[in-house]
Design a protein around this ligand. Structure first.
Ligand code: MSP
Length: 511
């Protein structure tokens, strides 16, 4: 039976061009999507842009163009990011598309039909930057202005509004978290969500009347939908909701929503409540990752320290950037970007550890073993130890990937490369060349097998470089999935090997 896997990024506000923070989450999802495809799953990987709401409308107004023209331009920058970063998303959703308007309106009608939405009046605080309502008790005051816990400025809003009966879902939500301990990760974030819900839920204002840039409320187009209700629906729009499509049936129960810690509440409280209220099953899991700062400071236009993904790619290389962002810091933690750290990590692990292993093994074969894949003899105990480590690495990496622990997956992978480097030093094929050429050939074969499996493990993280590694040892296209991982499928001896090209140049620092 086909296994399915649905993975989503948040949809990004196109109120400014993508930065390191926006590339980070989509990168993590890309790596998971690629991993699952290699592991035999049918995968759907979704990203997109969240184009409605007051924040985007204001940005368009400031730019002096219509919101539609504005989002058309900036949304393109997010699609270009997929090309730049080699993201393999299967779909790109824009909330201004007709398929999405239809889905959001049908969901609304369903909530109304079930009496989950009622008309009343909202009087309270709203932060445009967060597109979020705040209670008086959550705010502080600065220069006469009300400030949300996120630092966003709040405005007083009084308008007719539809409300969603969120309060009614407090107990069902708590029960659901209890019954599904892995629904929210990491654990510390789960605890925060539970204590927030225990603290009491108030009904949520879900429509606005004071501006027009949104999905019209069916039957009352004085109102547009609250941008978060509209935006969250994107995850089912892309599967064909409201139609009962095969995608909805196969993928929806497997959904993993990866989000930043700042928007966990919307995903782990409001979204499940909307879904329960509409009689739709809940996603499988929500993972909240941490935030990047730059050398310890918040990234901001005014500080001029915003890191653009294309700058990193131009300076360090695409795969070096992809590797570093998921390697250095556990995915749930905050991270401070440091150029020194990036250079040190890439040089130590890609250039020295992995790059050297590949380069010295393959140049040695080129010069001393006829430029062909060696034909091994019987394996010695040292060979078997390394081969055993190959066997145990994929299951370990798989478990780390299922827990969204990318740094541990890479640690296990680079650990295998490290063992192989120790093995080559201990076995010293350069000495065996004179004393025991048959043994030398076996050692070289074991090294090539290790390199092949390292190439497979690295395909999700550094697709281009891993493909070069596999090219260099003559692995065919149809042997590049995890079905070919391990010792049951072996390299064919005696195939000619191309002259090796360095794959990971050392990053040299000026001065
Ligand atoms: N449009 C909403 C999401 C709707 S999902 C149904 C939104 N958009 S956003 O553009 O403001 O943020 C998108 C994602 O980028 C969030 O998950 C946020 O956490 C992430 N990041 C924004 N800046 C970031 C960093 N500096 N570091 C890491 N991630 C950051 O919220």
């Amino acid at each position: 039976m086909t296994k399915h896997f649905y993975i989503t990024t948040p949809i990004y506000y196109p109120n400014s061009v993508p930065h390191l923070g926006s590339a980070y989450c989509t990168l993590a999802c890309d790596v998971l999507a690629r991993f699952k495809r290699l592991d035999g799953y049918n995968v759907k990987f979704l990203t997109g842009t969240d184009e409605h709401g007051q924040k985007v409308a204001k940005a368009a107004e400031a730019a002096g163009i219509t919101p539609q023209k504005y989002v058309d331009e900036i949304s393109q920058a997010f699609r270009d990011l997929s090309t730049l970063m080699n993201f393999s998303n299967d779909d790109f959703i824009r909330t201004t598309e007709p398929r999405h308007h239809r889905a959001a309106q049908v969901l609304w009608e369903e909530l109304l039909r079930r009496d989950e939405i009622y008309l009343d009046k909202y009087a309270g605080w709203y932060a445009v930057r967060d597109e979020a309502f705040y209670g008086e008790d959550e705010l502080t005051e600065k220069d006469g202005k009300k400030i949300a816990p996120t630092g966003a400025e709040c405005d007083w809003v009084e308008e007719e509004s539809y409300f969603f009966r969120l309060s009614k879902w407090q107990e069902p939500l708590l029960k659901f978290y209890e019954d599904n301990p892995d629904f929210i990760a990491p654990q510390s974030r789960r605890n925060e969500v539970i204590s927030f819900v225990r603290g009491g839920l108030k009904d949520l204002s879900v429509s606005r009347t004071t501006f027009k840039w949104g999905v019209p409320v069916p039957g009352n187009d004085k109102h547009i939908m609250y941008v978060w209700l509209d935006a969250l629906t994107n995850y089912i729009t892309a599967l064909g909701y409201p139609d009962t499509t095969p995608d909805m049936q196969n993928f929806w129960p497997t959904a993993l929503h990866v989000v930043g810690k700042d928007i966990l509440r919307f995903h782990a409280v409001y979204w499940p409540a909307f879904l329960m209220a509409a009689g739709i099953a809940l996603p499988h899991r929500i993972f909240a990752h941490g935030w990047w700062t730059v050398e310890g400071e918040k990234m901001s236009k005014s500080l001029g320290n915003v890191i653009a993904p294309h700058n990193l790619v131009e300076t360090y290389g695409l795969d070096q950037t992809r590797y570093f962002l998921l390697r250095d810091v556990p995915f749930g933690n905050d991270a401070s970007f440091s150029h020194t750290q990036m250079i040190a990590r890439v040089n130590a692990e890609l250039a020295n550890n992995l790059g050297n292993l590949v380069q010295r093994t393959l140049s040695f074969i080129q010069k001393n073993a006829d430029a062909r894949m060696p034909q091994p003899g019987e394996f010695a105990a040292a060979d078997q130890t390394l081969l055993n480590q190959i066997e145990s690495t994929l299951p370990a990496v798989r478990a780390h990937m299922d827990a969204q622990e990318f740094h541990k997956a890479l640690d296990a992978t680079i650990g295998l490369s490290n063992t192989a480097n120790i093995y080559i030093d201990e076995q010293a094929p350069w000495a065996l060349r004179k004393t025991d050429p048959a043994r030398m050939v076996t050692v070289l074969y074991v090294l090539c097998e290790t390199i092949r499996n390292l190439g497979l493990l690295l395909l999700p993280f550094i697709p281009d470089s891993a493909a070069k590694i596999l090219d260099a040892i003559g692995v065919g296209e149809n042997a590049r999935t995890f079905a070919s991982y391990g010792l049951t499928s072996r390299l064919s001896p005696l195939v000619s090997l191309p002259a090796p090209q360095p794959i990971f140049p050392r990053i040299e620092v000026d001065g």
